[in-house]
Design a protein around this ligand. Structure first.
Ligand SMILES: [Mg+2]
Length: 216
């Protein structure tokens, strides 16, 4: 097997939370009389670490003052969070293959914990790192803490910041086109692998299992 451990981003990689995120972002912007963003405008402008995005749209407003409104509005969004197609199957398959799974996400710890429990996905992960604003600053410590070898560990995510984080940690980057960053931008970040979705990644991993040579 090519990879023995996978770190997963959460939003846009395992779950689709774009609708409530957009709803909550526009509620926050509305409080400061900033016009709402369309889905495409949001995808063009949003980036991680997210304080940079808010500083651009709401200069000088401390991020902590926005977070309560964001959380409340996220939870009352007309469209909720859903598990992405192929995500659950991917995690089940990893468990069967004894591939160690972790989460590394910027998402607020409270929101993350609720979702992971609601979807019954919590138990798939050996450890969870949520609420990480800049993943690049944490990746090295996480690899060390779990004794993960750079040669057979990969970080799977939907944003340029995820690809950058993998590079920062010296591990492979796996980009999936199911999330926030527009596909062209994600491709330009030059990930090691680029898949349409986790189902294709799983297929690729299955094909990478080295079959024993049979002599005839
Ligand atoms: Mg993401």
């Amino acid at each position: 097997m090519k990879y023995r451990a996978l770190l997963f981003d959460w939003s846009g990689t395992l779950v689709d939370d774009l609708p409530p995120t957009l709803h909550a972002t526009n509620t926050v912007l509305g409080e400061y009389n900033v016009p709402a963003l369309s889905r495409e405008e949001f995808r063009q402008r949003f980036r991680l670490p997210y304080p940079e995005f808010y500083e651009e749209l709401l200069p000088g407003v401390p991020i902590e003052t926005l977070e309560d409104t964001f959380r409340t509005s996220f939870n009352s969004s007309p469209k909720g969070v859903t598990v992405l197609p192929h995500a659950r199957e991917m995690l089940d398959w990893c468990r069967d293959q004894e591939i160690r799974c972790f989460v590394l996400s910027s998402m607020d710890v409270g929101l993350f914990t609720e979702q992971a429990h609601d979807f019954g996905l919590h138990g798939h992960f050996e450890a969870i790192y949520a609420g990480v604003i800049d993943k690049r600053e944490r990746i090295g410590d996480i690899l060390k803490a779990h004794d993960l070898s750079v040669a057979d560990t990969a970080f799977v995510g939907d944003m340029v910041h995820d690809v950058d984080t993998a590079k920062h940690g010296g591990i492979a980057s796996v980009a999936v086109a199911t999330g926030y960053d527009p596909v062209e931008r994600l491709a330009q970040s030059d990930p090691h692998h680029f898949f349409d979705h986790l189902g294709d990644f799983r297929q690729w991993l299955e094909n990478s299992i080295i079959q024993p040579t049979v002599r005839v």
